[in-house]
Write a protein that binds this ligand. Sequence first.
Ligand code: HXC
Ligand code: NAP
Length: 291
Amino acid sequence: MSYTKGMLKDDALAGKVIVITGGGTGLGRSMGEYFLTLGAKLAICSRRLEVIEKAAAEMMETTGGEVFGASCDVRNYEDVEAFLASVIQRFGKVDVLLNNAAGNFISPTERLSPGAFDAVIDIVLKGTKNCTLAFGKHWIKEGQTDKTVLSIVTTYATTGSGYVVPSAMAKAGVLALTRSLAVEWAKYGIRFNAIAPGPFPTKGAWDRLLPGDMAEKLKLENRVPLRRAGEHQELANLAAYLVSDFAAYMNGEVVTIDGGEWLQGAGQMNFLDIIQSEQWDWIEKATRGAK
Ligand code: HXC
Ligand code: NAP
């Protein structure tokens, strides 16, 4: 047994049609591949058709599952509606929407143009709103129940963070959407949850957030109490559970999977990690007798 292995039963997602935005690369692709092995049918989209088509072909080859890939810019509501229609034409229905597409870069906020802010907010917040609204309206109009929306946020959706301010604003909005609709649309049989991942190496995130040798230099794993980055399978296991019927009573939750990273930053005394054993001896001596 290991966190690099699949967790759920082989047929845990049998019969489900799952849509993943940004499903051709990185974490979206890893989650999709695992969903396929659990019996789901998959529809993936992103802006670059060639990336999606290649990913769809490779995913079908490795898993033997069925993948429909299309180009769709989530910033554009008409694009999203057209993508939804094409998924229904292909598979007859949709059961799960996974809001995974994102854009991000690091920068001091005062260096950002209004257009740079919009570039990130439009993909993350507007894109998630577009997909959630289009899919939700469809399910409600058709009277379809047992549907679920899972959104990938970040730990700084809750804490905020400098140097990624447009992303932090947008992800906080996605979290608010998740918690709000978990209540409002429960009556329609639609569940909403989110995952807040810590550092999971992907080309998309790493090249933009930590270009060149920054990742090596900053030793990101030292920021994580468990002293390692996440494995894609760990995230895929969690996502598969949350979209499966095993999680039928999970609604409005954000699950953090970050090895304790954000709490390490939050705890006032956590910096004392740097104190060596002999220094602790001295500190104990100096403080025990003190009245
Ligand atoms: C400052 C920048 C910039 C940069 C672009 N801009 N890159 N400003 N620093 N590094 C500005 C441009 O000058 C322009 O402003 C505006 O942003 C739009 O730029 P475009 O290149 O036209 O944007 P677009 O093609 O829409 O690309 C969007 C993108 C890009 C966000 C800039 O990075 C992208 O497509 N990313 C998708 C994949 C991705 O980012 N994945 C990582 C997700 S990781 P003007 O003023 O000229 O209009 C994540 C969480 C990670 O989200 C957490 C890790 C722990
Ligand atoms: P990634 O590979 O860059 O994934 C982003 C995807 O979004 C790409 O496939 C991209 O494809 C797609 N996309 C961007 N703009 C789009 C648009 N307008 N319409 C449709 N698709 C669009 O990065 P990742 O690391 O796997 O990130 C996946 C998710 O995890 C994101 O929500 C990210 O915020 C979150 N996350 C990641 C980490 C991490 O450590 N990796 C940590 C916390 C949260 P195109 O360019 O072809 O459109």
